[in-house]
Design a protein around this ligand. Sequence first.
Ligand code: TMP
Length: 202
Amino acid sequence: MKTPAYIALEGLEGCGKSTHTTRLGQHLNAVITREPGGTRIGTELRAILANPDNVEMDRRTEALLMAADRAQHMAEVIAPALERGQHVVSDRSIYSTLAYQGYGRQLGTTDLLAISQWALRDRLPDIVIYIDVPTDVLNERLAKRDLDRFEREGADFFARIAQGFSELRQADPERWIVIDGTMPKDDVEADIHTKVLARLSQ
Ligand code: TMP
């Protein structure tokens, strides 16, 4: 792939995505960004979405706020960077909507895919890195944090999301790279870097 790439990192909370988004982005001299929250408007949407006081938020509202964040992110950050010739490395993407709202909130993926593709003007990530960590390890990591509205959900919610990510990967294996997130951080970083470089040089 000789053209600039849109690369997303995905996984469950606590898997190390944010650290490895930064590290990979630095290796590639890419624009480093995230969803929700990669723009000023997105930061405001992220605060609404994460706020544990927003207990009454309907799941469709949640899905549409994620899509609104994504539309702004594509228009303001992703598309301009790719047009300038720069790679983009994003902490989460459309696949989080499919896994969290589609499977986790049980909205299904058909409408969400259509809404997200519309928000993205059909520009999906070229490469998706999935950092795979078993849920019991993640629970230990989360026990050390202040929890947001999503992180307060129960084990069933996260089990559905993990299953969702697994089905999404299997349906589209060319796009996904799975990384063992239980290795030491520097080994995870090296593995991601090697596999992404191999993909970029194809
Ligand atoms: P973070 O944990 O990567 O900071 O993301 C914030 C939360 O938002 C996380 O619990 C996953 C959730 N999320 C969705 O539910 N749908 C989405 O489309 C995105 C991008 C994130």
